[in-house]
Design a protein around this ligand. Structure first.
Ligand SMILES: NC(=O)c1ccc[n+]([C@@H]2O[C@H](COP(=O)([O-])OP(=O)(O)OC[C@H]3O[C@@H](n4cnc5c(N)ncnc54)[C@H](OP(=O)(O)O)[C@@H]3O)[C@@H](O)[C@H]2O)c1
Length: 299
């Protein structure tokens, strides 16, 4: 069965839209900062700002030239930190090489860090403090899995890839001591030995490598659930863009062996966007605490 990230995210966004419509005073606001002209980054930023507008957020898009200095970018972030009207701040990655992404992440007020990459939010995730922000892609994967399998207790999850955007926070999230969670997690990297044997043990396989056809049918356990995080451009002369987007997984062949599988596009990507809206709404509710009636943000 196909895991319909697009359908699930559309339903969640409709719920978030209703909450925003019920707010009579200030609306939530997300600032997205884009440095340079990287084409995929421009597409991601457009999708994020469109989703903001769709649910009724105030969306602030700030574009800077490739040559902006690190100091000036940090200054822009500090203005947004001080602005009481801004609930969420996101700096689109990757950044040009003269800007240190860790400095940028550290500069964002953790209370507005809706991407969840600030060390304080990463730490909160690790200790299971629910007041923090969980990075959007891992959170979207967890929601997708919970809605599909309902009980993940004791499942063995194999995660290929250990980035701080996907692999590491996802591992922390799925191993959490929580009802219907408590997964056993194995996280692999490019130095892992016997990758095939490890992957074959997974009830759930998450691939976040960034290489087309990396996961083949012979690697996957019969009846496994497969989450494909990869976004890869492959040449497609027939397509008027000249390329098409594929994941890491050999979809057709792996699908015939697995119980559930995410498509690319239409799987993890839309869930990531929905979780960004979730996190911004959560930030808004935390910041407006005591001033407006509290509303739970559904997941
Ligand atoms: N759908 C979404 O919303 C979404 C969100 C984020 C990212 N993505 C996509 O997901 C993919 C991964 O993103 P990322 O930022 O996590 O990438 P990344 O930082 O490049 O990490 C890739 C990971 O894959 C591991 N790897 C590479 N070759 C391997 C091998 N042969 N065996 C085992 N592991 C191997 C790397 O290991 P080492 O650490 O040892 O190098 C690394 O940990 C990309 O295609 C990206 O575009 C999608």
């Amino acid at each position: 069965m196909i895991l319909d990230g697009k359908g699930i995210s559309t339903k969640l966004l409709a719920q978030y839209q209703k909450i925003v419509q019920s707010l009579s005073e200030r609306k939530p606001s997300l600032a997205v900062l884009l440095v340079g002209e990287d084409p995929p980054s421009q597409i991601y930023v457009d999708r994020k700002t469109k989703a903001c507008e769709h649910v009724g957020f105030k969306s602030i898009k700030k574009r800077f030239s490739e040559s902006i200095t690190e100091k000036n970018l940090l200054k822009e972030i500090s203005y947004l930190n001080e602005d009481a009207q801004v609930d969420g701040i996101l700096v689109q990655l990757p950044l040009p090489s003269h800007i240190n992404p860790q400095k940028v992440t550290l500069a964002i007020n953790p209370d507005k860090d809706v991407d969840g990459f600030h060390p304080l939010n990463m730490g909160k995730l690790l200790i299971g403090d629910p007041t923090g922000f969980v990075p959007c892609t891992p959170l979207g994967i967890k929601v997708l899995l919970e809605k599909t399998l309902s009980d993940l207790t004791g499942k063995h999850v194999i995660i290929i890839g250990r980035s701080i955007i996907v692999g590491k926070p996802l591992a922390a999230l799925l191993m959490q001591r929580e009802p219907r969670l408590n997964c056993t997690v194995t996280i692999t990297n490019s130095y892992s030995k016997n990758l095939k044997e490890l992957v074959a043990q997974g009830d759930i396989l998450v691939s976040a490598v960034g290489r087309p056809l990396f996961v083949t049918a012979d690697m996957v356990q019969e009846g496994a659930t497969v989450i494909d995080v990869g976004i890869n451009r492959v040449e497609e002369p027939k397509n008027n863009r000249g390329y098409r987007i594929v994941g890491d997984v050999d979809f057709e062949k792996v699908a015939s062996k697995s119980a559930y599988i995410t498509p690319v596009p239409g799987g993890v990507g839309p869930m990531t966007i929905a979780m960004l809206i979730h996190n911004t709404l959560k930030s808004f509710m935390q910041r407006e605490k005591g001033k407006i009636p509290f509303q739970e943000i559904p997941l």
